[in-house]
Design a protein around this ligand. Sequence first.
Ligand code: NAP
Length: 264
Amino acid sequence: MKLENARILLTGAAGGLGHELAKQLHASGASLLLAGRDVAKLEALRATLGPRCAVVAADLTRAEGVALVARVARDFKVNVLINNAGASAFGLLENQPRASIEQVLATCLEAPICLTQALLPWFKALPEAVIVNVGSMFGSLPFAGFTTYSAAKAGLRAFSQALRRELADTRVAVVHIAPRAIDTAMNGEAVTALNRALKSESDAPDAVACEIVAALVRNAREVHLGFPERFFAWLNGFAPGLIDRGLAGKLPIVKRHAAYRQPA
Ligand SMILES: NC(=O)c1ccc[n+]([C@@H]2O[C@H](COP(=O)([O-])OP(=O)(O)OC[C@H]3O[C@@H](n4cnc5c(N)ncnc54)[C@H](OP(=O)(O)O)[C@@H]3O)[C@@H](O)[C@H]2O)c1
């Protein structure tokens, strides 16, 4: 897709990755509808970007939030939806409160499905439209300590593939991007320490945003970012037992960091 013709609804626009995506997409000539919950953060971002921007504030885990964002998006004449908003939770499943499980599933899986559904009739009537789902490497390489998040992102990956197949006879494209760890506020102290202990690489948000913009321009379908994670994700697809054995040795490190509590 040519970005100068793109009118993009970007969810999670004021977050770590969203902010960088907004800057790069806008610099490429796209018009942006910036979505998030915090109107002050969205307005501050709009002020730094300048013209060709609008904001909409809503909680996407609520049906009325999805309906509002979809209505404003149609008025804005969007032809690209980037489902970037997300929420994570690190810890052992047995310690994860029910509310946290629901929040992760609602934000990472249910919200993108429902927002996509609300915009589909509009998108199908356009000459060209693209849906970009920002998943995670954990959706293809599920990890201890991130059970619910891995499940949500694996669900988003399956949703992206199923929807692409369902829309094969339309002009609506579906892109699924799975980054590895990114240096944003989503990863608190415990996750940052875990990644350091596991020697897991993490990427700067501007580098990940650059890959997402490039995927949009070249009409990519499935993109996993980062090596060797991409290789292990592929291996996990047909030999998960090998990955089980490989990751078993890391479990004590995950458990130690999952027990970490920030000082009060
Ligand atoms: N950070 C990583 O290591 C990593 C790795 C792989 C994939 N990802 C994915 O990349 C995407 C961006 O994450 P990030 O790292 O930029 O995280 P972030 O800085 O925490 O940003 C998350 C964004 O999601 C929005 N959001 C959360 N709950 C929402 C809700 N109920 N309704 C509407 N918006 C909501 C937040 O907006 P407000 O605060 O304004 O409401 C925020 O802007 C996510 O899908 C994440 O899963 C992240």
